[in-house]
Design a protein around this ligand. Structure first.
Ligand code: ACO
Length: 470
C-alpha cells in the first residue's frame, strides 16, 4: 500500500477519533430493538416522524452524528473497506468472503456491459437533456434487457395480492384512535423475485433473481452516469475495464483515463459515504413504487426522480457556486452577513436529521484538504470553505445546531478529481442505488403497499352547476 493510501486511512481514523471524543462511542441500543406493531408516533406534514417499516440496513443517530451500515460504523467502512464490499453488505446483511467478493466483482463488470441500453439511450438527444433526466431515462431503458415481470411466469398473481390501494381507516379525517390500520408486515412475499427454472438451476448459492436485478442496477447506474457525462462532452461512452475496481471504473468511464490510486481510493470512499442514509426522500420514493409490486427498475427510476430535486441532491453544486462567488477567505464575513440579514440558507449546512457534525462531512473535510494541498486551482476555494465553516459554526453551531453536511466538502473533493459539477448529483445516485436496492429488497420480503392518508380540509355539499351557468 502506498504512503498516500496509508495517509488517507489515517485521515479517516483521526476523523473517527474526533467523532468519538466529541459524541461518545455507542448508539443507543434501546432504540434499535424489534418493534411490536402497531406503534404510536407523532407524525408531521410530509410524514415527518412517521415510522414506515423496520430495517436492519442502516442507522443514523442525528444527535450524536453517527452513521452505521449493517452494524459497521461509517468510519471503519471508509478506512478499511471498498464500495464492492459495502454494496454487498447492504444487500446481503454481511460482508462477503473472498470467493463471494470475486464473484460479485465479476458480476458488476459483466452487468456493466450495457450495450443495448446505451444504444437505445443514444437514440435520444442526451446531450440536450438534464443529466438526471437522462439518467432516469437510461435506468428505465435498462428494463428492456432484464425484467421477470414481463414474462408470463413472473407476473404477480392478482388473486394472491396481500394489499391494495385501500385505506384501512375509512374517512380522510383526523383519526380518533381507530385500531384498524394495524401493520400487517407478516407475510413473506417473494413473487417479485421469482426465479425462472434456468436461473434457479444456474444459481443455488448466494443470490436469487432479486439480487441479480440489484447487481444489474448497481453496475448499470454508474455506467449510464459515465456515458451521459461523455455524451455531454461530445465523446462516445466507454465499457467498464475488467482490471479496475468499481470506483476506478467510474472515474475511468467518465474521463477515459486510468485514475491514480489516490483518485480511485477517494472516489471509493465517497461512494461508501453516499450509499445509504435511512428513510430519506429518494429511498422512500423508490420503496413506495416497489411496494405496488412494480419492478425494481421503475422503483430506482423513482429514486432518481426524487434525488434530482434541489432539496435533496444538488446542494454540493450550490456550495461550489457560493465558494466561487465568495472568492477569498477575507470576503466570507461580508458575504455571510448579507446572507444572514436576508435570512438565506447557506448551502452545505444544516440537516433534517443531523443536529451534530455530519460524520460524512468529518471524513470529506480532511480529504478535501488532502486533495486541495496538491491542487493549486482548488486551494483558494478550500480556504474559503474553512473560513465559512468557522464563521457558520460560531454563528449557528451552538444555537441552532447547524454544522456542515455531506454536501459541504463533497463538491470540493469531486472538483479535485476533475469532475464537472453537473455530475455531482448523478454520482450521488451511482452510490445511493446500493441503498435503494437493499432497502427495496428488504421491504418487499414483507411487503405492504404504502398508503398514508391525507386529512380532507375541503368543502361538502356543493351544488353542481352546468358549465353554461358558472
Ligand atoms: N443556513 C442558515 N440557516 C439555516 C440553515 C442553513 N443552511 N439550515 C437551517 N437553518 C436555520 C433555519 O433558518 C431555521 O432557523 P429559524 O429557527 O430561525 O427559522 C432553523 O435553522 C431550522 O431550519 P429548518 O429548515 O427547519 O431545518 P431542517 O432541519 O428542516 O432543514 C435542511 C434541513 C433542509 C437541509 C436545511 O438545513 C437546508 O436547507 N440546508 C441548506 C441546503 C443543503 O445543504 N441541503 C443538503 C442537505 S444534505 C442532503 O440532502 C444529502
Amino acid at each position: 500500500m502506498s504512503k498516500d493510501i496509508i495517509h488517507i486511512k489515517e485521515i479517516i481514523l483521526k476523523a473517527a477519533q474526533n467523532a468519538i471524543q466529541e459524541t461518545g462511542n455507542e448508539p443507543e441500543p434501546e432504540l434499535t430493538k424489534k418493534i411490536d406493531w402497531p406503534i404510536k408516533c407523532s407524525v408531521g406534514p410530509g410524514l415527518e416522524g412517521a415510522i414506515a417499516c423496520e430495517s436492519k440496513i442502516g442507522y443514523v443517530n442525528g444527535s450524536k452524528g453517527w452513521l452505521v451500515y449493517r452494524g459497521y460504523n461509517i468510519f471503519d467502512l471508509c478506512a478499511y473497506s471498498n464500495f464492492e464490499e459495502v454494496s454487498f453488505l447492504l444487500l446481503h446483511g454481511r460482508l462477503p468472503n473472498s470467493c463471494e467478493l470475486e464473484t460479485y466483482k465479476q458480476k458488476l463488470i459483466n452487468y456493466g456491459n450495457l450495450n443495448k441500453t446505451l444504444r437505445l439511450l443514444m437514440a435520444f438527444p442526451v446531450e440536450k437533456m438534464h443529466v438526471m433526466a437522462a439518467l432516469r431515462l437510461g435506468t428505465n431503458l435498462m428494463r428492456q434487457e432484464f425484467t421477470i415481470l414481463d414474462t408470463e411466469e413472473g407476473k404477480p398473481d392478482i388473486n394472491d395480492a396481500i394489499a391494495s390501494d385501500e385505506d384501512s381507516i375509512a374517512m380522510e379525517t383526523i383519526p380518533f384512535g381507530s385500531n384498524h390500520a394495524v401493520y400487517e408486515f407478516d407475510k413473506q412475499d417473494t413473487r417479485w423475485f421469482k426465479k425462472t427454472k434456468a436461473e434457479e438451476k444456474a444459481r443455488q448459492s448466494i443470490d436469487s433473481i432479486g439480487f441479480e436485478a440489484c447487481y444489474h442496477l448497481i453496475a448499470g447506474v454508474s455506467v449510464i452516469v459515465a456515458a451521459i457525462s461523455r455524451i455531454h462532452s461530445g465523446k462516445l461512452p466507454l465499457e467498464p475495464n475488467p482490471d479496475l475496481s468499481f470506483a476506478g471504473n467510474l472515474l475511468y468511464m467518465i474521463s477515459g483515463k486510468i485514475p491514480s490510486p489516490i483518485e480511485e481510493r477517494i472516489m471509493d470512499i465517497s461512494l461508501i459515504l453516499h450509499a445509504d442514509h435511512g428513510m430519506n426522500a429518494s429511498t422512500f420514493a423508490s420503496m413506495v413504487v416497489a411496494s405496488t409490486l412494480s419492478d425494481i427498475f421503475f422503483s430506482v427510476g423513482a429514486g432518481i426522480g426524487a434525488l434530482s430535486g434541489p432539496l435533496h441532491g444538488g446542494a454540493n453544486e450550490a456550495v461550489i457556486k457560493s465558494l466561487q462567488e465568495i472568492e477569498r477567505a477575507d470576503n466570507v464575513k461580508t458575504w455571510l452577513d448579507k446572507k444572514m440579514i436576508n435570512k438565506e440558507k447557506i448551502s452545505g449546512f444544516g440537516h433534517r436529521v443531523y443536529k451534530a457534525y455530519d460524520p460524512r462531512a468529518r471524513i470529506l473535510g480532511p480529504l478535501a484538504q488532502f486533495l486541495a494541498n496538491n491542487s493549486p486551482a482548488i486551494m483558494p476555494i478550500y480556504d474559503v470553505a474553512c473560513e465559512l465553516e468557522k464563521q457558520m459554526i460560531s454563528k449557528l453551531g451552538a444555537e441552532k445546531k447547524i454544522f456542515p453536511n455531506v454536501d459541504f466538502y463533497s463538491g470540493i473533493v469531486y472538483s479535485c478529481l476533475g469532475i464537472d459539477s453537473k455530475l455531482f448529483t448523478p454520482l450521488f445516485a451511482a452510490s445511493r442505488v446500493a441503498g435503494w436496492t437493499a432497502r427495496i429488497y428488504e421491504y418487499i420480503q414483507n411487503n405492504r403497499i404504502f398508503r398514508p392518508r391525507a386529512i380532507y380540509t375541503g368543502e361538502f355539499n356543493k351544488k353542481y352547476l352546468p358549465v353554461s351557468m358558472r
